[in-house]
Design a protein around this ligand. Structure first.
Ligand SMILES: [Zn+2]
Length: 410
């Protein structure tokens, strides 16, 4: 495992923000960065080369989904996830813990996390949570499946991701403090098992991130951060329930990154499942290096597009009747294919309403371009020492710079 994968190239004097270069076996990720989801080995609706052309350096694959379908051994047979999906840049894989536990914890829709649980319309169900791991009913075919720390690491080794996340229990908002504390302790025992498996059998060039849990409790978050730091993992992810609203989420992230200072300062930090425009800005100020979230692509698939309008939570819903006859593009000057071609909100609304594949693609592209521009502006501002002004401008409704973002040289 690379000893210090993150080279910090600039720091903002007024906040904990830092810019850097995250070096992996498949190239470098310029941080802070947003990481689009390639949950099932594809960024929905897009080709790998398009994602690269949008300026993204890394994507995130999902261990749980790929374990169940098409299976990690099949992907290994294709030479790993990079070759399988035709993406030769960095890949991070999550551990599967979030999806497994989401099936058992029921709906967490009121949480800021925003990642919908895998259960619900599907048939998946947790059958047993034990020290060894979790047994669940396969939502695809009803079979009984076991996943524990070693399984998760073995799957991620077969996928050949550049960054693997350890298997953790992801506690939702509604569980009590006692449960959260006991769960965090078990997550740390699982962390040790993941690291032991990886040390013996994992790919030597795969970076392993520990995951800080601890719910919304400051002491538990700090303890969890110290426990992960003590293990010397290559990087650190922040997961679990981050609170009932944005203020609480920012507070929880702030406690955690404060506890990750000192000797763990140079280790890359990933915030799991967060990606709304204002949260990305705040997360960068709090010292987060990478983010993943379903938001930009999921919103696009539902006809919602990102815009520089804080009053409307930086988004507009094209299904609103007022866009029916709108001849305006989503955003003047935006370099995305929809805006650059001058396509009107009225036309895009029509495509989205009729679930036309082209409409889904165009809106996903616009949203991913918007987030890429935002992250580029934040990165450059940290380098220029202007983060305070740039963040204030972006928060108050200025559009991110309209130049197209270019992927980092591999
Ligand atoms: Zn656009």
């Amino acid at each position: 495992m690379p000893a210090a994968p993150l080279e910090i190239t600039a720091r903002d004097p007024g906040t904990r923000a830092r810019a850097g270069l995250l070096r992996t076996a498949h190239g470098t990720v310029r941080t802070p960065a947003f990481v689009p989801l390639a949950t099932k080995a594809v960024v929905k609706g897009l080709e790998a080369r398009e994602v690269e052309q949008l300026g993204y350096d890394m994507v995130l694959g999902n261990t749980f989904h790929l374990f169940l379908e098409p299976g990690h051994e099949l992907i290994r047979g294709f030479g790993g996830l990079h070759d399988f999906m035709g993406w030769d840049r960095p890949i991070v894989t999550d551990s599967g813990g979030f999806q497994v536990f989401s099936m058992g914890h029921g709906t967490v829709a009121d949480e800021v996390k925003g990642r919908s649980p895998y259960g619900g319309e599907r048939d998946g169900k947790v059958l047993a949570i034990e020290e060894e791991g979790v047994t669940f009913r396969n939502p695809r075919d009803g079979s009984t499946v076991f996943m524990g720390p070693e399984t998760s690491m073995a799957v991620q080794a077969a996928l050949g991701s550049d960054i693997a996340l350890v298997f953790d229990e992801c506690t939702p908002f509604h569980v009590e403090r006692d449960y959260t504390a006991r769960s965090a302790e078990r997550t740390h025992r699982w962390l040790d098992r993941c690291l032991a498996w990886h040390a013996e059998r994992g790919p030597t060039d795969q970076i392993v991130y520990g995951i800080v849990q601890g719910g919304v409790y400051e002491d538990l978050r700090v303890e969890a951060a110290q426990a992960v730091v003590a293990r010397g993992t290559g990087g650190i992810a922040i997961g679990g329930s981050l609170g009932a609203d944005k203020d609480q989420m920012h507070e929880v992230v702030g406690w955690t990154t404060a506890a990750l200072g000192g000797r763990a300062d140079h280790r890359p930090r990933h915030l799991l499942g967060i990606g709304e425009v204002d949260d990305l800005i705040r997360g960068v100020e709090l010292g987060i290096d990478t983010f993943d979230c379903v938001t930009p692509t999921r919103l696009g698939r539902h006809g919602v597009v990102l815009t520089p309008d804080p009053e409307k939570r930086f988004r507009i819903d094209l299904s609103a009747a007022r866009f029916k006859e709108s001849k305006e593009p989503i955003e003047d000057g935006c370099p995305c294919p929809a805006c650059a071609a001058g396509l009107s909100c009225g036309y895009l609304r029509y495509l989205a309403k009729n679930r036309e594949l082209t409409g889904v693609r165009l809106l996903s592209l616009h949203n991913l371009v918007y987030v890429a521009r935002l992250m580029r502006d934040l990165r450059e501002a940290i380098g220029d020492g202007t983060l305070g002004e740039v963040a204030a401008r972006l928060r108050s409704g200025s559009a991110p710079s309209t130049a197209a973002v270019v992927a980092s040289p591999v």
